[in-house]
Design a protein around this ligand. Structure first.
Ligand code: PBG
Length: 308
């Protein structure tokens, strides 16, 4: 009766990975229980998400071909574009489809942007490509686009590009305070998106900086972000909490792959009670102030909440 924070299925966004092919259901080695699907098997998996009452998925694509320019990221028949069209044809408004807008999975060098000959990630050249990616996702039927690249000025550029192309109804969830974190390791295995040289510290944030995180969030809201994200979640509850206090837009928190892998590894060894620990972690993220929680635990969490 006096409990302040209640988790429900409505809080969750379920991240999913899609690759080319047919009949693919391939477990990610460092993320037990998380799979890479082909479009056909993805539809079945989305059906389960809908049945559980989870309102949204976040879609990541693994392309057939990577190049310096991330061409498949904005191709009409790219993997994400195809998957979104099929999901929308089958489920319509029963599921909110959020697409990841970034280049790292599509570039041969694995960086989130276009790289110059001397190895510098070019902010402004990248923004043009990201805008094309966002428009192609919207054209395929995405409800929300989620730029995760952390280039400066991309939210405004994407907003303008969407509006100019007749997609003013498509919302933007920006990865606003995204830290250069070691918690993304398992995801990079799943998405084959690890940088082939250097690191992401020239565009992602220093995890030591909370004030800078507030500035990044303020700028993204000013540029037109509808939802802003703090990422990772568990080691950044203070950032979520302060963002909640300062800003009146919905705050999303991404309970990332490394957070998932740590819990899974300990649970599989019998060192932690998975069910209890997951519900505690997700409740804490919501208590800190998150309105939306992106988590690979979404389906299990809903089942456990139902069991009570
Ligand atoms: C792409 C992207 C990453 C994640 C989401 N989008 C990885 C990265 O920035 O290297 C991480 C998600 C996770 O770890 O669960 N830029």
């Amino acid at each position: 009766m006096v409990r302040e924070t209640h988790l429900t299925a409505n809080d969750f966004v379920y991240p999913m990975f899609v690759q080319h092919g047919g009949g693919v259901v391939q477990e990610v080695p460092s993320m037990p229980g998380v799979y890479r699907y082909s479009p056909d098997t993805l539809l079945k998996a989305v059906e389960e998400v809908v049945e559980l009452g989870i309102p949204a998925i976040l879609l990541f694509g693994i392309p057939k071909h990577k190049d310096e320019f991330a061409s498949e990221a904005y191709a009409d028949d790219g993997i994400v574009q195809n998957a979104v069209r099929q999901i929308k044809r089958s489920f319509g408004s029963d599921i909110i489809v959020i697409t990841d807008v970034c280049l790292c999975g599509y570039t041969s060098h694995g960086h989130c942007g276009i790289v110059s000959e001397d190895g510098i990630v070019l902010n402004d050249a990248t923004i043009d490509v990201l805008s094309k990616v966002a428009v192609s996702h919207a054209a395929a039927g995405a409800d929300i686009v989620a730029p995760s690249d952390m280039m400066d000025g991309r939210v405004r550029a994407i907003r303008n590009a969407l509006d100019e192309n007749g997609f003013e109804h498509v919302a933007i969830m920006s990865y606003a305070a995204k830290m250069a974190s070691s918690f993304y390791g398992p995801f990079r295995e799943a998405a084959e998106s690890a940088p082939q040289f250097g690191d992401r510290k020239s565009y992602q944030m220093d995890y030591a900086n909370r004030r800078e995180a507030m500035r990044e969030i303020a700028i993204d809201i000013e540029e037109g972000a509808d939802i802003v994200m703090v990422k990772p979640a568990l080691a950044y509850l203070d950032v979520i909490c302060e963002a909640r206090r300062r800003f009146d837009v919905p705050i999303a928190a991404y309970n990332v792959s490394g957070e998932y892998a740590m819990v899974k590894a300990a649970a599989m060894n019998g060192w932690l009670n998975e069910r209890d620990i997951v519900i505690e972690i997700l409740t804490a993220i919501k208590r800190a102030g998150a309105d939306l929680i992106l988590t690979y635990f979404a389906k299990d969490a809903v089942r456990w909440l139902r069991e009570g």
